[in-house]
Ligand binder design. Structure first.
Ligand code: 1GP
Length: 248
């Protein structure tokens, strides 16, 4: 079964939880250890990626992660050179809140031939950047102007356009390490207006906050930074349980 179909099947029953691992910030041993802990403690998938690539261990770490778990391992690419055969799928992101052609289609054109070469499953994902109280790496690196937190109408218009354009997933991101996560009201409004499965991440710090986002309509919750700051297996377990408690 394709990863996308697995994800949709999951989302029909309950909200799901993805751990985000940044290969720049871990070594191969940690990659194995962290990935295993994510799976054992209830994560439904592992996203691997970041805004930059600071060293050449992306492939090696991704392979270690893939070999350690049976849940889907999905590349969350910053730029086109994140394409690798050692994953189950790749979120082919277009930063739809950007007006920079490189982020809308340029990076994807560079990535596409290698995606085909590796026979990697690409999941066309509309990526919406929302103001988060601070300037995160993705704000800076994508050169994009985030949607203000209170402008639900603008967010809905972007979500609708993404649905009409045929994207398969909608990712609402406040950016890694965001001061504020995506407002619940914005998630709720978007959920009311589009039928695309919703991924929500950026600045989620507690199980309660994760459950709030899922209750507001997020199908998939992503956390990365909180576990990078302090690796805490119990927190993974608690977030997974909180997210899974939200049934559809
Ligand atoms: C970032 O949505 C992800 O792109 C996760 O955000 O690292 O803040 O959890 P955090």
């Amino acid at each position: 079964m394709k990863v996308y179909d697995k994800l949709i099947k999951l989302a029909k029953h309950q909200a799901s939880y993805f751990c985000l691992l940044d290969p720049d910030k871990i070594d191969k041993q940690q990659a194995r250890k962290h990935a295993t802990a994510c799976e054992v403690n209830g994560a439904d998938g592992i996203l691997v990626g970041g805004s930059l690539m600071l060293n050449n261990n992306f492939d090696e770490n991704l392979k270690a992660i893939k070999e350690s778990v049976s849940i889907p391992v999905i590349i969350f690419p910053g730029i086109f050179n994140f394409v690798s055969p050692h994953a189950d799928a790749l979120l082919l992101l277009s930063v739809v809140t950007s007006r920079n052609p490189q982020m809308l289609i340029g990076e994807q054109v560079r990535a596409a031939p290698l995606i085909r070469y590796y026979k990697l499953e690409a999941i066309g994902t509309a990526y919406m950047l929302i103001e988060s109280g601070n300037n995160t790496s993705v704000h800076y690196m994508s050169g994009s102007f985030p949607i203000p937190r209170t402008k639900n109408d603008i967010a809905i218009a972007h979500a609708l356009a993404s649905e009409y354009l045929g994207f398969k997933l909608l990712y609402l991101d406040a950016g890694s390490g965001a001061q504020y996560s995506i407002p619940d009201t914005m998630i709720r409004e978007i959920k009311k207006n589009v039928s695309l499965p919703l991924v929500v991440g950026g600045g989620i710090k507690t199980p309660e906050e994760a459950a709030e986002k899922a209750n507001a309509g997020a199908d998939f919750i992503v956390t990365g930074d909180i576990l990078e700051k302090q690796w805490d297996v119990q927190l993974i377990k608690d977030i997974a349980a909180a997210v899974h408690s939200v049934k559809r």
